[in-house]
Ligand binder design. Structure first.
Ligand code: HEC
Length: 166
């Protein structure tokens, strides 16, 4: 072995040592992270307050707030189903056309404009409101253009309009 080869050899040894150390260090960090995370879960599971906070964090904001409003002592983990509010749906999705009778829409509260429509029966009105339809007076867009509404919400809005227009 000449000087050069010896030098290379030494370099390689040091290099491998450092590499080995880095691998061991990475592994150590990995294990440490796992231990910390397991410990954290343990703390959360044994602490009802922490668990509540975690559930609250994971809950849609509106739901959590609503549960608090209804009953400040309500366990926030309970999910509150928002009741369908027909008037809100009408105001938000249907009023734009039906309050003033825009584009041939039968006006809210106009008994004459609704009488013949009501005789068609509820099912037809629901179907027309949900799927949309082209009538003689104009075009009623499916769900009033609010495709994010559920069928039940649209049905509630139809009932609300009909109840107030006969
Ligand atoms: C862009 C305007 C517009 C919006 C928004 C709108 N409508 Fe209409 N709607 C109409 C028009 C126009 C008609 C009349 C169509 C015809 O008979 O020619 C109509 C008719 C109707 C009818 C009568 C259907 C029939 O068979 O006679 C119902 C029920 C109805 N709309 C419900 C709703 C509901 C519920 C909403 C809200 C979710 C809504 N509409 C939103 C324009 C609208």
């Amino acid at each position: 072995m000449n000087e050069d080869q010896k030098h290379d050899r030494e370099f390689m040894d040091t290099f491998m040592l450092i590499l080995g150390f880095l691998i061991a260090f990475t592994f150590f960090i990995f294990v440490l992270a796992n231990v910390i995370s397991a410990k954290q879960d343990e703390v959360i599971q044994s602490n009802p307050k922490a668990q509540e906070l975690k559930a609250e964090r994971l809950m849609p904001i509106a739901t959590a707030k609503m549960a608090k409003v209804i009953d400040p002592n309500a366990p926030v983990i309970e999910v509150v189903a928002a009741p369908i509010n027909a008037q809100n749906i009408y105001d938000g999705a249907c009023a734009a056309c039906h309050t003033a009778g825009i584009a041939g829409a039968p006006k809210f509260g106009d008994v004459g404009a609704w009488a013949d429509r009501i005789t068609q029966g509820g099912e037809t009105l629901y179907e027309h409101a949900i799927q949309g339809y082209q009538g003689e007076a104009g075009y009623m867009p499916a769900k009033g253009g609010r495709t994010d509404l559920s069928d039940e919400e649209v049905i509630a809005a139809v009932d609300y309009m009909v109840e107030n227009s006969q």
